[in-house]
Write a protein that binds this ligand. Structure first.
Ligand code: PAF
Length: 281
């Protein structure tokens, strides 16, 4: 496919974006932390459908990892990522160094508010501050027409919509559908941590979500459904279930109306790996 241009500084990024703007091109942006899989590639393909040029960023953001999380061991293979990006015709890769994003003296960070304090935000303090800070910086650096995020990280998608609205960042945020393995497991860079045995039970997470979504539409009692499902997950080999919740799809607060869009979301550990997933109800 076409040539991939690689830039590592904000200045070079802006030179390329400005040149495209002068030619009247529209730009889609897909932020990533690398370790690319079919889920990311589907977002890039969506970008090609919606805009003339697709820019992808690759930056493992230290500010969104907690002290005991997997920042050091997070899978990194830039050459493999570049091969995948070329394969789907990505036009521009922005792969900055940490000092380009957080130069000496950088102190500003974004606190998002209630939507970022629940679910993932409660389990991973500081996570959404890190995400909101880096994503707002990347959006202001690239200034794309649209930016695409996977629905796999549904709360992250809704947090980013909130940030963009509250901060008047002129970009349309687009959610891309979750890509799944044949047995239903949502693709994730962290699936690489699973042993064969763990991989064999991991799809139980998606089947649990499907069962709950169906039962909710049949008006079964949500609290009972959730507590039974947590026990079943544990019985099948999952460890801590950080949350399993049915929430309003926009605010992620408690459901107020079963006829409005709602979402069932889960985070659970399997061995040393923490998996998250969600589906629409
Ligand atoms: O979803 C991710 O990969 C990251 O959270 C993101 C959006 C690239 C910000 O670092």
């Amino acid at each position: 496919m076409g040539d991939l241009t690689i830039v590592r500084s904000v200045a070079d990024l802006r030179t390329q974006i400005t040149a495209w703007r002068k030619q009247g091109k529209t730009i889609a942006f897909v932020p990533t932390m690398g370790a690319l899989h079919e889920g990311h590639l589907s977002l890039i393909k969506l970008g090609h459908e919606r805009a003339d040029k697709v820019c992808v960023s690759l930056f493992v953001n230290p500010k969104q990892f907690g002290p005991n999380e997997d920042f050091e061991v997070y899978p990194r293979d830039e050459q493999a990522d570049i091969g995948q990006l070329e394969g789907v015709g990505t036009n521009l890769l922005y792969a900055p160094d940490v000092t380009e994003i957080y130069p000496d003296g950088h102190t500003t960070s974004l606190t998002v508010g209630p939507i970022a304090d629940i679910l993932e935000g409660e389990c991973r303090p500081g996570f959404f501050t890190g995400v909101a800070t880096v994503v707002s910086k990347l959006l202001l650096q690239v200034l794309p027409d649209i930016a695409i995020f996977g629905e796999k990280d549904f709360q992250q998608l809704q947090v980013i919509r909130k940030v963009v609205k509250d901060m008047d960042i002129p970009v349309d945020i687009v959610g891309g559908p979750t890509v799944r393995e044949r047995d239903g497991l949502a693709l994730s860079s962290r699936n690489a941590y699973l042993s064969d045995e763990e991989r064999a039970v991991a799809s139980k997470l998606h089947h649990t979500l499907q069962g709950i979504a169906k039962a909710v539409t049949e008006n079964q009692n949500i609290d009972t459904l959730l507590s039974v499902a947590v026990e079943e997950l544990k019985a099948s080999g999952f460890g801590d279930v950080d949350y399993l919740a049915v929430r309003d799809a926009t605010t992620l607060q408690a459901v107020t109306d079963l006829n409005k869009p709602n979402r069932v979301l889960v985070a659970a550990t399997l061995g040393k790996t923490r998996l998250i997933d969600n589906i629409a109800i």
